[in-house]
Design a protein around this ligand. Structure first.
Ligand code: NAD
Length: 255
């Protein structure tokens, strides 16, 4: 068994060694070992909240809905004191080895940058929780400032300049992805030779089209995930396990 696993790690390492442009695509599973739950695993965020309640349309529809949203954010993303984990550091190590073209992430937690991946190499498809912005005048506010207002008892933060609705700078269900970021991510997926998925169920579109773009363009696919995905059958190597352990083993084999 251990021997089989070593063989899989070596196969993945060999692909990365030979690769010229390696894209790493991450989802919520890369950050669960940092203490941020994913959406769909048992105990994940959608086991406590109804995703239907947290759409863009609901958010803009009423102050009552916005109150619920901010309450959920206070209880989840805004309360995590997360640090990068071994998987984030291993991905940053790939960059120091000169292997990393970019990280395309669905995450909104900023942990790749904090682990040392240069910000210009991180494409955040679903935005970032570091900022909020006004839907009316577009003024941006650091989320730490907004958190201060929430801690002081504000339930639905509003823009200090125009009184408009403040929304986290993340992409909600029902909202479009930032087009320039998506276009660049698509181009890099089409031009890479190795595409590594780490911790994504690959069910959230359009992000989940990117590994397919990479496959259509001839890239080799490596999947690192705790559970199976619909692309496992098309992957060169599937490493079913914890992102931190698997990515550390992969980078150690390269080193
Ligand atoms: P998902 O919740 O649909 O799936 C996460 C996947 O990661 C699952 O298949 C699970 O088996 C796997 N996983 C969990 N822990 C793992 C581990 N330690 N090692 C390896 N795999 C592990 O998440 P998704 O596909 O990323 O899509 C959901 C959406 O959720 C994304 O759009 C993202 O924006 C958002 N989200 C982000 C965060 C974050 O920023 N950290 C957290 C929750 C959700």
């Amino acid at each position: 068994m251990a021997h089989e696993w070593e063989k899989l790690i070596e196969r993945a390492a060999d692909l990365v060694r030979r690769g010229q442009r390696v894209v790493v695509f991450t989802g919520a599973g890369v950050s669960t070992e940092s203490g941020i739950p994913d959406f769909r695993s048992p105990g994940g965020i959608w086991s406590k909240y109804d995703p239907e309640e947290f759409t863009y349309q609901r958010f803009v529809s009423s102050a009552e809905a916005r109150k619920k949203h901010w309450q959920m954010l206070r209880d989840t993303f805004l309360s995590y004191q997360a640090e990068p984990n071994a998987a984030h550091y291993a991905i940053a190590a790939l960059d120091r080895m000169g292997k990393l073209d970019c990280v395309i992430t669905q995450n909104i937690d900023g942990l790749h940058q904090r682990a040392g991946v240069p910000p210009e190499k991180v494409f955040e498809l679903h935005g970032t929780m570091d900022w909020a912005y006004c839907l009316a005048c577009r003024q941006r506010y650091p989320m730490d400032e907004v958190k201060g207002w929430l801690a002081a008892g504000v339930e639905v933060p509003e823009c200090g300049t125009c009184g408009g609705t403040l929304k986290p700078a993340v992409v909600y269900f029902g909202e479009s992805l930032p087009s320039a970021v998506l276009a660049e991510a698509k181009e890099r997926s089409q031009n890479c030779d190795v595409f590594i998925v780490v911790g994504s169920s690959l069910v959230v579109y359009p992000a989940a089209y990117l590994p397919e773009e990479a496959l259509w363009s001839g890239a080799k696919l490596i999947i690192v995930n705790l559970t199976r995905t619909h692309l496992d059958g098309r992957a060169e190597v599937v490493l079913q396990g914890k992102a931190g352990e698997v990515m550390t083993a992969l980078v150690a084999r390269l080193g």
